[in-house]
Design a protein around this ligand. Structure first.
Ligand code: CP3
Length: 343
């Protein structure tokens, strides 16, 4: 199992070619996914292990990817905590009873992932069995405490995160309790996914770039660290990803993770330099670059690979999730080019 090039790169060991996977690699840009979505809602797919298996495998069947990521979402764990989650077409995820007061925080449950999220754990077991035959490792994931808190408090799309930051600044005790609950939920869920068969784990802190570095250090880092410390027990590589993190890259690293995921707003060699030798680096093509003509996309991909040439521990990825408008042909060419160019 440690022979997988993706896992080797996570451990900063030499590889025969740079590994590549894509955040949100299963999804609407694929015809196969859109067809299934005509019959099932996203939560139906997530909660039916056979369907989650099928969708997880769609990009694996279509492209020569070096890892699969289990089909799930960062938000279903909120349901077990007592929050009413709905994915609304055109709007995205909505929480109908958002957390706004210290009393709301008190009410949040912290159920064991093995019960509350048994469907995803079962999907992991099924998928792992299938992937072993294909010799491809499986990634499990969780939202990070801050990003989960962001959805729980804002309740839906939010530009300035006013409710979230207001709780942070005005209710420090409630904030601590809330973030401790999310750290527990995230850490336990990651651990349970590794027990079920996930061979690497990614913590998504997608919205953390909304904060200044001081606020990150005070209000977020201890809780991300708590979640990652719990997950570390699993003994599998941990990937810690955030966007807009240029002001706090070292702090993200110090919260934990064997691999740090970076977005496209920084040159990847500069990020690698700042992060130092102790971690691998994942990234960092702008997802929109996949909409460029192939020659342009190839040039940008080459630049990232050249910047990381000679640096053990690079996992090629996008700087954020793949977009629904992405041309499938470019995905195929990207994956093949990363392998050809680096082998
Ligand atoms: O990477 C994968 O292939 C695994 C699946 C995966 C999904 N969501 C499926 C999904 C993963 C890893 C996620 C993570 C996720 N979900 C994040 C963190 C990563 C990021 O992009 O920042 C966040 C913030 C969410 C929350 C979420 N889920 C939003 C905001 C939305 C709506 C926006 C959108 O893209 O539609 C979702 C829905 C969602 N999760 C879809 C998929 C494939 C699209 C839903 C559909 O089929 O209609």
């Amino acid at each position: 199992m440690t022979d997988y090039r993706f896992l080797k790169a996570c451990n900063r060991e030499p590889v025969d070619a740079t590994p590549i996977w894509l955040m949100r690699q299963a999804g609407r840009y694929m015809e196969e996914y859109r067809t299934l979505r005509q019959t099932y809602g996203i939560l139906d797919i997530i909660k039916t292990p056979e369907l989650a298996l099928e969708v997880t495998m769609q990009p694996i069947n279509a492209f020569d990817l070096d890892a699969a990521i289990i089909f799930a979402d960062i938000l279903p764990p909120l349901e077990g905590m007592g929050l009413d989650l709905e994915f609304i077409k055109g709007t995205g995820p909505v929480i109908h009873n958002p957390v706004r007061t210290p009393a709301d925080v008190e009410k949040l449950a912290t159920p064991d992932a093995r019960e509350a999220l048994s469907f995803t754990l079962e999907a992991i077991r099924l998928t792992r069995a299938e992937l072993d035959k294909r010799q491809i490792p499986l990634i499990g994931f969780s939202g990070a405490p801050f990003t989960l808190a962001s959805y729980a408090i804002e309740g839906g799309p939010s530009k300035n995160k006013v409710h979230l930051k207001s709780m942070m600044y005005n209710e420090p005790d409630a904030w601590d309790k809330l973030m401790t609950k999310f750290a527990t939920i995230a850490g336990d869920y990651l651990l349970a996914q590794a027990e079920a068969g996930a061979q690497a784990l990614q913590l998504f802190d997608s919205w953390v770039g909304e904060l200044n570095p001081d606020d990150y250090r005070q209000y977020v880092q201890p809780y991300s660290k708590q979640a990652l410390d719990m997950a570390k027990e699993a003994g599998v590589p941990l990937i810690h990803f955030g966007t807009n993190t240029n002001g706090m890259l070292e702090e993200i690293r110090d919260a934990g993770g064997d691999v740090i995921g970076v977005d496209w707003r920084i040159d990847i060699d500069v990020a690698a330099q700042r992060l130092g030798d102790g971690v691998a680096v994942q990234g960092n093509l702008d997802p929109v670059a996949l909409h460029a003509p192939w020659d342009e996309l190839k040039a940008r991909t080459k630049k990232i690979l050249d910047r990381m040439d000679g640096h053990d521990g690079h996992i090629f990825n996008l700087g954020h999730g793949i977009l629904p408008t992405t041309p499938v042909d470019n995905v195929k060419r990207l994956v093949d080019f990363v392998h050809d160019y680096t082998s």
